[in-house]
Design a binder for this molecule. Structure first.
Ligand SMILES: Nc1nc2c(ncn2[C@@H]2O[C@H](COP(=O)(O)OP(=O)(O)OP(=O)(O)O)[C@@H](O)[C@H]2O)c(=O)[nH]1
Ligand SMILES: [Mg+2]
Length: 247
């Protein structure tokens, strides 16, 4: 029950008013990979746009139904990273970390996967509730690039769907994967990024120390890594999160 109330408080902080039974999906990706095209094809005209609370950055939210489940899709600003060098990165990161989406859909450009996977790995460090959409498959085919979706899925251990959103290819599979990830009670365990033994040791130590304060849904490994980074914008985000929870 407490978890439910906290979820609502946190979502409202981001201007998300989801009905209790509604599934919230965050839509993330590098700039210009087709996020809005995916968003539009999934939600059609059932969307509204505004700004993120207190920010001059666009926010689009839209709804769609699949298998008798209502989904609220939130289009995040396009970012290369979640390490918050810009206001857009801060919004995307704070929402994925603290807004408690039921799933995060990461859209990648099939023609430059290597660069795009950086963001996917950063999201997977935060949450296992992820679906990867490899978009622009038609462009990749034109360029003779073959993307091995099955191997990607095996490596990342989350559902990976190939799409060409502009022509509607792969969208039904995307809905099915989202439904699976957002509604399953125990998500899979994606392959975590491993760091040097020194960092891993420090993460272990910090994670144990954090057990008493961070026993909610916030990922302790991710929290420990960010405390080690000492990035002030991330520390501010973490502070806001704990303040909201204690009110
Ligand atoms: N060929 C092809 N073009 C696509 C596909 N998906 C999107 N596009 C095109 O790619 C361009 C960028 O798409 P957007 O949906 O605006 O991308 P975005 O990620 O929302 O971009 P930002 O919000 O600016 O970060 C547009 O011209 C789309 O029509 C696709 O699957 N195949
Ligand atoms: Mg867009």
């Amino acid at each position: 029950m407490t978890a439910q109330i906290n979820k609502r408080v946190l979502r409202e902080h981001f201007g998300i008013r989801a009905r209790p039974e509604q599934v919230v999906v965050a839509l993330a990706g590098n700039p210009n990979v087709g996020k809005s095209t995916v968003f539009n094809i999934l939600t059609g005209l059932r969307q509204h746009t505004g700004n993120w609370p207190g920010k001059t950055v666009d926010n689009a939210q839209g709804v769609f139904s699949y298998r008798h489940t209502s989904f609220l899709l939130v289009d995040l600003p396009g970012t290369y990273s979640l390490l918050a060098h810009t206001i857009e990165e801060q919004i995307a990161r704070d929402f994925i970390c603290f807004g408690h989406p039921d799933a995060t859909l990461v859209v990648l450009d099939a023609t430059c996967l290597e660069r795009n996977l950086n963001l996917a790995l950063q999201v997977l460090e935060i949450t296992p509730r992820v679906v990867i959409c490899v978009n622009l498959m038609d462009e990749a085919r034109k360029k003779g690039i073959i993307v091995d979706i099955k191997t990607l899925e095996k490596e990342l251990r989350v559902p990976v769907v190939g799409t060409a959103a502009r022509i509607g290819e792969g969208i039904e599979d995307l809905k099915e994967a989202l439904w699976q990830v957002a509604t399953q009670s125990t998500p899979g365990e994606p392959a975590p990024v491993r760091y040097s033994p020194e960092v891993e040791e420090a993460v272990q130590e910090l994670s144990s120390a954090l057990e008493a304060v961070a026993n909610g849904p916030l990922n302790r490994r991710w929290l420990a890594l960010r405390l080690l980074d000492g990035n002030p914008s991330i520390l501010a985000g973490i502070n806001t999160y704990f303040e909201l929870l204690s009110n």
